[in-house]
Design a protein around this ligand. Structure first.
Ligand SMILES: Cc1cc2nc3c(=O)[nH]c(=O)nc-3n(C[C@H](O)[C@H](O)[C@H](O)COP(=O)(O)OP(=O)(O)OC[C@H]3O[C@@H](n4cnc5c(N)ncnc54)[C@H](O)[C@@H]3O)c2cc1C
Length: 381
């Protein structure tokens, strides 16, 4: 049985950023997970990032994305927007520069025993750890309303997170439910990969295609470095205003580079509509009815309905020693100002930390912030 001082579960951007900084501080650290797995297996080839090269992973501001872009000699046109593969190359370079390696396995169970944490891995090994960081990311928290799902025939739908093989959709008709960036980007990619017909339905008006202004986000996310309780000390109204501004910059508009790609003869945008019914035929295609009277038949339905943390979804956490005693509020873990849960030495970062640290922590912009705070907390204790 192996022992490590600081076990990081998951190898997404938040985890590798924290591993790099913890190692820099001399903390003995082990990362278990497949590097950038969500980005490699749950995001489609051909996707572009919404964020630019100014958002990076390095708490020391040395091995930044911009430094990588300069080193590689990438022209501005090659990073505006940033292709998914370029971000993956950057993350891999960052790991090399900071000597972060991973144990490429999956933790199947984490429990607490005799004051320490014990992780069982899918390669049969076990690791004991004094401190653990959960870099859970997005995949546990796929969200879609029960009311919507109850209307859909079993086996007829999948979430965008599980729908990245567009070859499967060649020659097929598809309904996308959702009206934000991912719904529109999936529509463009499905079309470009040979889907026959694509329908989008969303309850709101179709957002405009305009350049987002993210310039205020990084300085605001970094306020947490000066004052770790900055977000939680805001009034609910102040938090709501920032959440709204962040939402408006990211979600109430669509990237201009999608405009022409989705205005295609076989892409049908049904704005301000709700799904009324979806009935499976014997051939497994689905007859869809919207509340504006539109009717069409599709092979498959894709839910572009986003993500919402709920710690109860994280099935590898032992119920008796972790999930039941874990303090949560509305599904999010309750974290102290060092990202620590009420269970001593168990830390949580990324999307699940957004309730206590603000919406920026669901995006790479806050990786250096979380890495620094958690790294220092773990090194000090
Ligand atoms: C379609 C899409 C587009 C996005 N575009 C952007 C963008 O342009 N810019 C941006 O900043 N953000 C973007 N995001 C958000 C982005 O996903 C987050 O910024 C980032 O992934 C958060 O990093 P993370 O490490 O918290 O999570 P993740 O990247 O989700 O990493 C978590 C990792 O943990 C692993 N893991 C989980 N459980 C275990 C276990 N038991 N054992 C081992 N490993 C485990 C997972 O496999 C995963 O690899 C996008 C998200 C989506 C879905």
């Amino acid at each position: 049985m192996n022992h490590t001082h600081f076990l990081i579960i998951g190898a997404g951007p938040y985890s590798i950023a924290t591993a790099a900084y913890a190692k820099h501080l001399g903390v003995e650290t082990l990362v278990v997970g497949k590097p950038l797995d969500l980005w490699k297996t749950n995001m489609p080839r051909g996707m572009f990032l919404r964020s630019g090269p100014d958002w990076h992973l390095d708490a020391r501001d040395v091995h930044t994305f911009e430094a990588f872009v300069k080193l590689r000699g990438l022209a501005p046109a090659q990073t505006k927007p940033v292709p998914l593969d370029t971000f993956l190359d950057y993350a891999s370079w960052f790991m090399g520069q900071t000597n972060v390696t991973t144990h490429n396995a999956y933790v199947t169970r984490l429990e607490k025993a005799n004051g320490a944490y014990v992780a069982a891995l899918d390669d049969g090994s076990q690791i004991h750890a004094d401190k653990v960081l959960l870099g859970l990311g997005f995949a546990f928290f796929k969200h879609s309303s029960r009311e919507l799902v109850e209307k859909l025939p079993q086996g007829s739908y999948a979430h965008t997170c599980d729908t990245v093989d567009f070859e499967f959709y060649r020659g097929k008709r598809v309904l996308l439910i959702g009206g934000r960036q991912s719904a529109f980007e999936w529509a463009a990619l499905l079309n470009e990969n040979g889907a026959e017909e694509i329908h989008l339905t969303h309850r709101h008006a179709t957002p405009q295609f305009i350049e987002p202004d993210w310039s205020w986000v990084q300085p605001m996310a970094r306020r947490t470095l000066e004052h770790h309780a900055w977000w939680r000390n805001l009034t609910p109204a102040q938090q709501e205003k920032i959440r709204h501004d962040f939402w408006a910059a990211g979600r109430l508009i669509l990237e201009p580079w999608l405009d022409a790609r989705v205005h295609q003869p076989n892409i049908h945008i049904h704005e301000k509509t709700n799904l009324v019914g979806a009935n499976a035929r014997a051939d497994k295609t689905v007859d869809v009815l919207l509340d504006d009277g539109s009717q069409f038949n599709v092979h498959r339905i894709i839910l572009a309905t986003g993500y919402k943390p709920n710690m109860q979804n994280v099935a590898f956490l032992d119920r008796a020693t972790i999930l039941d005693p874990l303090a949560t509020r509305e599904g999010f873990p309750a974290l102290d100002t060092g990202f620590q849960t009420n269970l001593p030495n168990l830390y949580i970062t990324g999307l699940a930390a957004t309730q206590d640290f603000g919406p920026f922590f669901g995006f790479t912009v806050a990786c250096p912030v979380a890495a620094k705070i958690i790294g220092q907390a773990v090194a000090a204790a």
